[in-house]
Design a protein around this ligand. Structure first.
Ligand code: DUC
Ligand code: ZN
Ligand code: ZN
Ligand code: ZN
Length: 496
């Protein structure tokens, strides 16, 4: 009945509750929540602190080789280190299929990349770029069943995009086998035409990246993705939603009762297209879709507070600015077409959202936990092991000093990128201790994870990926019950 660790006197916030309680941890799990718990071998005094489930960053890129030989600065060692120091205890990066490659070979490749390097737990989303009959019939269903229950589909980028028919076929597999499809919604042909038109006019500076990807092309692709999802009758997640027009499409879909989930990222709350201007330094904020303007930032904040968005992820895509393989390759300024798309942010995601979201009252503390931890865990089949503080859940916990004032500087961050887009921003509130399965990985300003502490997490088939109930009359439909109940009712032969 003794504890390995007891966290005492903190204010615990989950997606559903806020309570004063102590947390007893044994064997890496939460085994007691209560008052005046017995002493643990290790005691953490959280008086005056906030105790929250560790963040689940369900969209980040580590060690993903790019088309033109570009390399990411963060691998699973430095990427997960940065996550841990920012209060994130689970990450879900991508295993990208290269066209011509089998999906399984891609997954195996990324397991090798992860090796024993991770300090926080991790799962994988697949990226399906080559949905051959073999992939759709054999590999994808098998991999979904083995714990890779989500995948991303691109509507743009020549080396990754699927056409609408390929998307429909792939979504049909998601529906049949219970996976969640994530869609990058931008119209590839519009981008290609705008890019060549800008280049012909000699406009190649980073600022034109935003000009080449206006909101209309995200709006169109978002609407098309919704339509494809409706045809197949399967929920989808629209990733990295940047502003009003895409949000309007998603609200329209919700009005029709469609299960369209939406993700946004800090860049759409804290950056604008102006950050891409002012010379080549603007390359530091080149990501896709591009940041919009202040009015769009406000609409994204509204979508967070009113529940339009299911989750906030970093979309950490770690390219250096200087150096041979980054945004300014070999010190050379390149046209916007050649600037790798993506910005770092796995460590700053939670503090930025806490400071500008919770402290200003735009979202509640419980919404903060939902958006950054509980919902992503649910969406990807990791709940209740991850994403909450409850008896039996992994002791993945971030202890925050809610009043700590921090000026963000790249030097204090733990990624390998040589800049942060948020340099100089002032935030209030920062995680001071992070535990992964009960072990300290970040404490006293030090990264302190035991080497290779992070484990691979097979994901269950997410409840949220199920199609809408077709017939709820008479209560015969069990598809909407939580997994455990559905299993019970099957086993007991008592399904209504
Ligand atoms: N999409 C992502 O999800 N990440 C980086 C670049 C992109 O286009
Ligand atoms: Zn199946
Ligand atoms: Zn994307
Ligand atoms: Zn991404």
């Amino acid at each position: 009945k003794d504890f390995d660790t007891v966290i005492r006197n903190g204010l615990i916030a989950t997606a559903a509750e806020t309570m004063y309680a102590d947390i007893g941890i044994r064997g890496g799990r939460v085994v007691a929540l209560g008052q005046e718990l017995a002493r643990g071998r290790d005691e953490i005094d959280a008086r005056g602190k906030l105790v929250m489930p560790g963040g689940v960053d369900a969209h980040c890129h580590f060690d993903q080789p790019m088309e033109d030989g570009l390399r990411m600065a963060d691998d699973f060692l430095t990427g997960t280190r940065s996550a841990a120091c920012g209060g994130t205890t689970t990450v879900i990066p991508f295993a990208q299929q290269i066209k011509g490659q089998s999906l399984r070979a891609a997954v195996e490749d990324y397991h090798r990349r992860a090796g024993r390097k991770a300090s926080v737990d991790y799962a994988f989303h697949m990226i399906v770029t080559d949905p051959t009959p073999e992939v759709l019939r054999e590999e994808l269903p098998a991999l979904i069943a083995e714990g890779y229950s989500s995948f991303k589909i691109y509507m743009t980028y020549d080396d990754m995009k699927l056409d609408d028919r390929q998307i429909l076929r792939t979504l049909a597999v998601a529906r049949r086998h219970g996976a969640l499809a994530m869609i990058h919604a931008e119209n590839a042909d519009c981008i290609a035409w705008l890019t060549e038109t800008l280049e012909e006019a000699g406009h190649t500076a980073p600022a034109y990246h935003a000009t080449s990807r206006p909101m209309a092309i995200e709006r169109e692709a978002t609407h098309r993705a919704i339509t494809l999802s409706e045809l197949v009758d399967v929920p989808i997640l629209i990733v990295h939603v940047s502003g009003r027009e895409a949000i309007d499409q998603i609200r329209w879909a919700h009005g029709r009762g469609l299960r369209i989930y939406a993700e946004t990222c800090p860049q759409y709350l804290f950056l604008t297209a102006d950050n891409l201007g002012g010379g080549y330094e603007g390359a530091k904020c080149v990501c896709s879709p591009p940041p919009r303007d202040r009015a769009n930032q406000r609409v994204v904040w509204e979508g967070l507070s009113d529940g339009l968005f299911t989750l906030v992820s970093s979309d950490h895509a770690p390219f250096r600015f200087d150096g041979p393989e980054g945004k300014k390759p070999g010190g050379k300024e390149v046209g916007f077409r050649h600037i790798p798309n993506g910005i770092p942010g796995v460590e700053t995601r939670l503090p930025l959202l806490f400071s500008e979201g919770v402290r200003t009252g735009r979202i509640s503390l419980n919404q903060f936990v939902s958006l950054t931890s509980t919902n992503p865990a649910r969406l990807y089949g990791l709940h209740p092991r991850k994403g909450t503080i409850a008896i039996g859940s992994d002791a993945d916990i971030a202890i925050w000093d809610p009043d700590k004032e921090v000026t963000i500087e790249n030097g204090m961050l733990h990624h390998e990128v040589d800049y942060t887009p948020y340099e100089g921003m002032q935030v209030t509130g920062w995680p001071v201790t992070t535990l992964v399965r009960g072990e300290r990985v970040w404490d006293g300003g030090q990264f302190c994870a035991p080497a290779g502490h992070g484990e691979f997490l097979p994901c269950g088939k997410p409840e949220m990926a199920r199609p809408r109930p077709q017939d709820t009359a008479g209560g015969h439909y069990v598809g909407n019950l939580p997994d455990a109940l559905a299993k019970l009712s099957k086993a007991g032969g008592h399904a209504a």
